[in-house]
Design a protein around this ligand. Structure first.
Ligand code: ACO
Length: 337
């Protein structure tokens, strides 16, 4: 009996808005914070924010187009956009993105798993391919978190950012570079208030009063989020590595969700991943939620930072709470522009 196809990552692309916001720029300059605090507590020096009028879908189209070019793929069987900041509550952003990319009447849906969105999308795309429901899949993580951030809240304004990253998966073999060998996901819905937008959903409609407008912004219990993130990313990574039979010391590329450099360092240390394997861009990109992992991947491909076939571990944690991890071999993708 023929083995089911394996999802192989064959293309990657990204899009960052042009506007660079440094720690010393507005709106941070008027907050009770400092460049020194932000750098030392988060690892962030600057981030990108969209100009008014640019949507998550706009960034997703650009990242998706770059990933399709990189994979030399003209058509796909599925488009998934993972995002916390869709263009509209309804309809989903993915069908519009698929149409803008000229992909025809393909299935297209949004996936909401906060900062773990990309690991969830990777698991979903892989499952469609393994089940024979798709041969080629476009996964896009895209966010405009600046649109749901309260610029006066120093606990969130300094960390959240905008951007999009995308990958193409196609049906292939387990021994090909880019093969997604395992994925693992989890959730704990008792932790809703770790990071939540209180109003604007069905539980609490959009506030009318100006003094309640902040309720439409993302609020985060930073220190609690920090410790849950470390614990869950460590656990899920260890379980995943055990499942694929890779000693942590053999991991050659490690990309954690770029939430906080101190979280990433701690997870790498606890899991036992070599420091030389750790890839990241939080310093200049900040926390772009669903977009964060594919943004780092695209940068690493352009920098030729990892050899094809290298053992790669991805992990993320986000509001919900939700977490995930994936083991793959590094794809063989020629760097584009
Ligand atoms: N500038 C200066 N001081 C600040 C700032 C700031 N920007 N933010 C908080 N502080 C203060 C606090 O008020 C507090 O002061 P106090 O001691 O007088 O009360 C002190 O600094 C320490 O505050 P903490 O909140 O404990 O700071 P911490 O070191 O935890 O850093 C941060 C805050 C960066 C938010 C951190 O907690 C973090 O990164 N958390 C995890 C984020 C995460 O995992 N996100 C992933 C998912 S997000 C999603 O899914 C949408």
């Amino acid at each position: 009996m023929a083995l089911p196809p394996v999802a192989v990552l064959t293309g990657v692309g990204s899009c960052l808005p042009e506007r660079v916001v440094r720690n010393t720029d507005e709106p941070f300059a008027r907050l009770d914070t400092s460049d020194e605090w932000i750098r030392s507590r988060t690892g962030i020096e600057s981030r990108r924010w969209v100009e008014e009028g640019t949507s998550t879908g706009d960034l997703a189209v650009r990242a998706g187009a770059a990933a399709l070019r990189s994979a030399a793929a003209e058509s796909v069987d599925l488009v998934v956009v993972c995002t916390t900041t869709p263009d509209h509550h309804s309809p989903a952003t993915a069908p519009w993105v698929a149409a803008r990319l000229g992909l025809g009447p393909v299935p297209a849906f949004d996936l909401a798993a906060a900062c773990s969105g990309f690991t969830y999308a990777l698991a979903a795309g892989r499952a469609w391919i393994t089940a024979g429901m798709a041969r080629t899949v476009l996964l896009i993580g895209a966010e405009t978190l600046s649109t749901i951030t309260d610029p006066d809240d120093r606990g969130t304004a300094v960390v959240f950012a905008d951007g999009a990253g995308a990958v193409v998966l196609r049906a292939g073999e387990a021994d090909e570079p880019g093969a997604v060998l395992a994925t693992r996901l989890g959730s704990d819905g008792t932790q809703v208030d770790l990071a939540v937008i209180a109003a604007g959903g069905s539980r609490r409609p959009v506030p009318e009063r100006p003094d309640e407008r902040g309720e439409r912004c993302l609020r985060m219990r930073g220190p609690q989020m920090f410790s849950h993130a470390v614990r869950r990313m460590t656990e899920v990574s260890r379980g995943l590595l055990e499942g694929v039979g890779w000693p942590a010391g053999d991991v050659e590329a490690f990309i954690g969700h770029q939430a906080n450099q101190r979280i990433l360092d701690k997870v790498a240390e606890l899991v036992g991943v070599p420091a030389a394997a750790c890839l990241g861009n939080i310093r200049t990109v900040g926390n772009t939620s669903s977009a964060s992992i594919p943004l780092v991947m695209d940068e690493a491909v352009r920098d030729k930072a990892v050899p094809a076939g290298a053992r790669t571990l991805l992990t993320a944690f986000g509001g919900g709470a939700v977490w995930g991890a994936a083991a793959l071999t590094w794809p063989d993708i020629p760097p584009t522009i």
